[in-house]
Design a protein around this ligand. Structure first.
Ligand code: DP6
Length: 359
């Protein structure tokens, strides 16, 4: 695997001070990443819709200092210093040291905020780590103006992956594949790539309404979750199935076979949860209301001949996916029939988006 391409090769022209702000989104996987080995290499390829409204905005102020051994940074989340978030970020900076040695020449002040409510059960690691990675790449570009925007996105995704696997899929959009796969040209275990083929118009501006069923802390951290796959009796078959599903999804996205899309997306969601149900220790991350919602989505789909479907993350919230042309009717259905299963009737309307932007 060619990681050498991400080392800093030319002499950097250090600046005394700099400040960059990036807004980067969350994403929702259609074929799931669940299982990895060191260093942050996925056991199977995954594909996600990049979201648009659920995002993190991060500013990093860099001030030149004498080179230090450990990353020197302060971290503020929604204006308040957050000591408890620091270890994960410190570990991230250590992991990327070989690729971004310059960060140890700077004092960094990181200010971050999410567009979605705090502890809504929506993972913020993807948007959070992709935003930090883009800020680092902005600094690198300022010190080495020869870098192409293509390389910047690729390296940002490579760095983000080292912080959180799914973050590698949050730099670009609307469809990103992470993990080497024979059907996806240019795909890599090291970084995410935009889905390279022409996508059928039915998947343009695809809608995702996130029903906040349980806003509590996640029961299983992703690190614990991925580790559960190490001694899992079904792991090898799951990785094989996921890669086969990614191949099928690549075909579906091009030919617009929406029935197969629905079948595959829902099966992936339930399989992810099946892996947790059948691991040891075992977990049930769905709540009764998750099942209520799923059943109502199935009823609605049948009664109205709709293309509505659901997917799940490693939690109880339900992502309701549907084509843009059904937006009006389905939003009404969600408000009238599904919102009562959400905590405080809360849900977030989102749609596929195009990745990070500098502000
Ligand atoms: C269920 O990317 O959060 O959301 O690499 O340990 O940070 P780490 O894991 P993370 O795992 C996400 C798993 C998932 C499925 C997916 O997004 O593909």
């Amino acid at each position: 695997m060619n990681t050498a391409q991400f080392l800093v090769k030319s002499d950097l022209k250090f600046v005394d001070k700099a400040s960059y702000t990036w807004q980067t989104p969350s994403n929702i996987a259609l074929v799931k990443y669940w299982g990895k080995h060191n260093p942050q290499i996925p056991k199977n390829a995954s594909i996600s819709f990049t979201l648009n409204n659920c995002h993190t905005i991060t500013t990093i102020d860099f001030v030149k200092q004498q080179k230090s051994d450990i990353a020197n940074f302060d971290l503020f989340f929604e204006g308040k210093e957050k000591e408890e978030f620091k270890p994960k970020i410190a570990e991230f900076f250590n992991r990327i040291e070989a690729y971004c040695p310059y960060i140890f020449d700077y004092k960094m002040i990181i200010n971050s905020e999410n567009s979605f409510p705090h502890s809504s059960g929506i993972a913020s690691s993807a948007s959070g780590l992709s935003a930090i990675s883009m800020c680092l790449m902005s600094l690198e570009q300022e010190m080495n103006p020869n870098l192409s925007s293509e390389f910047i996105n690729k390296k940002a995704s490579f760095l983000a992956r080292l912080g959180s696997g799914s973050a590698s899929r949050s730099i670009e959009g609307p469809l990103v594949v992470w993990g080497k796969h024979p059907d996806i040209e240019g795909s890599s275990d090291l970084f995410g790539v935009q889905f390279p083929n022409k996508v059928h118009p039915i998947f343009s501006n695809y809608q995702d309404v996130i029903l906040l069923v349980d806003k509590g802390e996640k029961q299983v951290s992703s690190t614990i979750g991925h580790n559960l796959m190490h001694n899992h009796p079904y792991a090898e078959n799951r990785f094989k199935q996921a890669n086969e599903n990614l191949g099928k999804m690549a075909t579906i996205l091009q030919n617009g076979d929406i029935e197969s899309f629905i079948n595959l997306v829902e099966s992936e969601a339930l399989t992810l949860h099946a892996m947790m149900l059948t691991s040891n220790p075992y977990f049930i991350l769905m709540k009764p209301n998750t099942l209520e919602i799923i059943n109502r989505i199935w009823e609605y789909r049948q009664e109205k001949n709709s293309n509505i479907c659901f997917t799940l993350d490693a939690g109880a919230n339900v992502h309701v996916l549907f084509p843009q042309k059904e937006k009006e009717n389905i939003l009404q259905f969600i408000e009238n029939e599904l919102s009562k299963f959400c905590q405080k009737k809360q849900y977030i309307c989102d749609e596929a988006g195009f990745g990070g932007k500098q502000i």
